[in-house]
Design a protein around this ligand. Structure first.
Ligand SMILES: [Ca+2]
Length: 364
């Protein structure tokens, strides 16, 4: 007993005198969890919402926080969905922040609508948040949608300041999962350019490098929504960048059987209710032969296990950020050495991918 007490006292003195030992102790305990900060235009279920659920259900992922951005839905609406999912999936202690309501150039949304209208035949007239009434405050939206009071209160910190602070508080440790327009992250880079090199890696869902866009013939929705932000991010010297572009997203089409396997892997009736309220469930009810892309799920699965990427190219990329250009918002390959090398997955192991989704969801 006395001997144990002496050893313990010695250990406390050593840790006190050499703070670096605390980190060593942590590493020796085998804490290999990956720290991930999610920045998302959170759709309630497919696809951001399910991406958030599987990350929350991954024992080897430590989610630092969720910041939201306008894209598919309004940033404050995204915050309400994220908070509800956090409540249902064990994420009550995370930081939640409603981020940028508008792109880097506020007038961008006017031209976005014109570009989509001028390109019928792509994903029709899909305008994301612009298709729906503006949501300026998450709280009344949450109470109306869910008929209850929220258990989580979001932080009032500015989303881009929070992103920068988190990166700088753990240099080289944080993975950013950017599954919406890049506005919050680009703002963080403008205010704190030093954060790029201090980030472990960034994984985006965005862009269409060697294939057609889905919103205009050239551009994909996330990057087209805020091309200036996408350009700022892709040009920043992150040690590792991966874009989950339409080039790989187009290779994974979820059919009704796969969707039902995902839906049935969830036990929680409250979560099942979110799935049933989502467009994907309704689409498969109406048309059993339909298929659905799962963009953000691929990005989240790569954050969990990058070994699911079975084919990729590492190339220098840039984004056309000239508002007067006919290919505004397009991401393209360049030989310019001033641009960063980015990993573009082309194929994933789909069996392992679906297993990641269903195994995580089966915990709920
Ligand atoms: Ca998204």
């Amino acid at each position: 007993m006395k001997q144990s007490f002496r050893i313990l006292s010695l250990l406390i003195v050593v840790i006190f005198l050499f703070p670096g030992c605390q980190k060593l102790q942590q590493d020796e305990l085998g804490d290999n969890r990956k720290s991930v900060l999610i920045d998302s235009d959170m759709v309630e279920a497919f696809d951001d919402g399910v991406a958030f659920m599987i990350l929350l259900g991954s024992d080897d992922i430590e989610i630092e926080g969720l910041t939201t951005v306008t894209g598919n839905v309004w940033a404050q609406e995204a915050l309400a969905y994220g908070i509800r999912i956090g409540e249902l999936c064990g994420g009550k202690d995370l930081t939640y922040i409603g981020g940028s309501q508008y792109p880097m150039r506020p007038e961008r949304l006017d031209s976005f609508k014109k570009e989509v209208d001028a390109n019928p035949g792509q994903d029709a007239s899909y305008l994301g948040a612009l298709s729906f009434p503006t949501v300026n405050d998450w709280s009344p939206f949450y109470e109306q949608r869910y008929g209850r009071k929220p258990e989580i209160r979001p932080s009032s910190e500015d989303a881009s300041e929070y992103i920068a602070r988190q990166i700088l508080s753990a240099p080289g440790q944080l993975t950013i999962l950017a599954i919406g327009p890049c506005t919050n992250i680009a703002k963080a880079l403008v205010s704190h350019p030093e954060i790029a090199s201090e980030t472990k890696e960034i994984i985006y869902m965005g862009g269409a490098v060697w294939c057609d866009g889905n919103t205009t013939p050239y551009a994909e929705m996330n990057f087209l929504y805020d091309p200036e932000a996408a350009a700022i991010c892709l040009r920043a010297p992150f040690p590792k960048q991966t874009i989950v572009s339409l080039d790989v997203c187009n290779t994974v089409k979820m059919d009704r059987q796969q969707f039902m396997a995902v839906y049935q892997s969830v036990h929680s009736e409250e979560l099942k209710k979110l799935f049933r309220g989502n467009y994907a469930y309704q689409m498969f009810e109406e048309d059993p032969s339909a298929t659905q892309y799962v963009w953000d799920l691929i990005s989240a699965a790569i954050a969990i296990d990058s070994d699911i990427i079975s084919e990729y190219k590492d190339v220098r990329l840039d984004v056309d950020d000239n508002p007067d250009s006919p290919t505004y918002g397009k991401v393209y390959e360049t030989q310019s050495s001033s641009r960063q090398i980015v990993r573009v997955p082309l194929q994933i192991n789909q069996e392992r991918f679906w297993d990641i989704i269903t195994s995580r969801l089966s915990k709920y």
